[in-house]
Write a protein that binds this ligand. Structure first.
Ligand SMILES: Nc1ncnc2c1ncn2[C@@H]1O[C@H](COP(=O)(O)OP(=O)(O)OP(=O)(O)O)[C@@H](O)[C@H]1O
Ligand SMILES: [Mg+2]
Length: 306
């Protein structure tokens, strides 16, 4: 799979989804056109029943359009065998749902390792991978809890860990913060922001307009069609896999906290009251002179002594 800039990964052409026939006929999607570039973070909004979930299900290969074409990485999905589709779904697509969809009688670590059952890995390796990703989401100490023993925010972090364990490049999230309070919503959104910054593509449904600040594009749907479609980030500025990851660093001091954003190639060293930021582009003021002077003084003193 090529990872070139501005690459189209998803293309829907005049997609229609019809339910029922005759008098009972209704359209969940109507002549729906959509082009998604790799690295977009799209938020889908719109009233209940306008077709948001139907759209995600079609994009995620869980449902089929009634008419129209769906091209995934340039290939018409109609021509992809169901075995390949299942493989693609397991490897490349991560789903996150509003009600978490964890399996109640499996522990946290078993839930998270579940998607790897199709990977062919041995159980020990699956659990090790689940353990690694749970550590990233600060849930390692709760690995052997059952889902009902966790808070809503923790359950959603488990669900996100599970959706990411196969390192998918497309994340589809259907109101992932719908059942969470604003603090936990914020934590989940920060996680999604990080995942996006690594060059992954996210399509997320939300009813909360405040969350659209995280998106690079906001689509409003109405009656199975696109009502408005606004890009807030140019395609050329979208993150790509392999871009240095941006990390927020907060340094708390008595006077005032300092927050800075650095990429993963930058080294931030905190020593006592001193903070040094080392980056190829930002060179710290040369400390060479000082050391040279110190060395000279030391040398002189040694000479005197002798
Ligand atoms: N299996 C089905 N059979 C018949 N109609 C369906 C089916 N699934 C969805 N629909 C209809 O398709 C339309 C779109 O449903 P969809 O679930 O995509 O809406 P939504 O935008 O996700 O709504 P919400 O915000 O409430 O989740 C609705 O009118 C719904 O009743
Ligand atoms: Mg829905």
């Amino acid at each position: 799979m090529s990872k070139e800039k501005n690459e189209t990964i998803i293309e829907l052409k005049a997609v229609t989804k019809r339910y029922g026939f005759g008098d009972a006929e209704s359209f969940a999607l109507h002549n729906f056109d959509l082009i998604v570039k790799r690295g977009e973070f799209i938020m889908i909004m719109g009233p209940s029943g306008c077709g948001k979930t139907t759209l995600l299900n079609i994009i995620g290969l869980l449902d089929k359009p009634t008419t129209g074409e769906y091209l995934l990485n340039g290939k018409n999905v109609e021509h992809i065998s169901s075995r390949k589709k299942a493989h693609f779904r397991a490897k490349e697509i991560g789903f996150i749902f509003q009600n978490f969809n964890l399996i109640p009688n499996l522990s946290v670590i078993e839930n998270v390792s579940l998607p790897l059952i199709y990977s062919g890995y041995h159980k020990v390796r699956r659990l090790k991978k689940a353990d690694d990703i749970l550590e990233r989401f600060h849930l390692r100490e709760r690995e052997y809890y059952m889902p009902h023993q966790l808070s809503g925010g923790q359950q959603q972090r488990v669900a996100i860990s599970r959706s990411l364990i196969s390192a998918p490049s497309i994340i589809l999230a259907d109101e992932p913060t719908g059942n969470l309070d604003s603090r936990n919503s914020h934590i989940i959104m920060e996680e999604l922001r990080d995942i996006h910054a690594q060059g992954n593509t996210i399509i997320m449904v939300t009813h909360n307009p405040a969350l659209t600040t995280y998106a690079t594009r906001v689509i409003n749907m109405l009656d199975g069609e696109i009502d408005t479609d606004i890009k807030t980030v140019d395609d050329s500025e979208l993150p790509r896999p392999g871009d240095p990851e941006k990390i927020s660093v907060r340094i708390l001091s008595k006077k005032r906290p300092v927050e800075l954003e650095v990429d993963s190639k930058t080294k931030v060293v905190v020593s006592g009251q001193h903070v040094t930021i080392e980056n190829d582009k930002i060179k710290p003021k040369s400390t060479k002179k000082k050391t040279d002077n110190k060395a000279k003084k030391k040398h002189k003193a040694e000479k005197k002594e002798s």
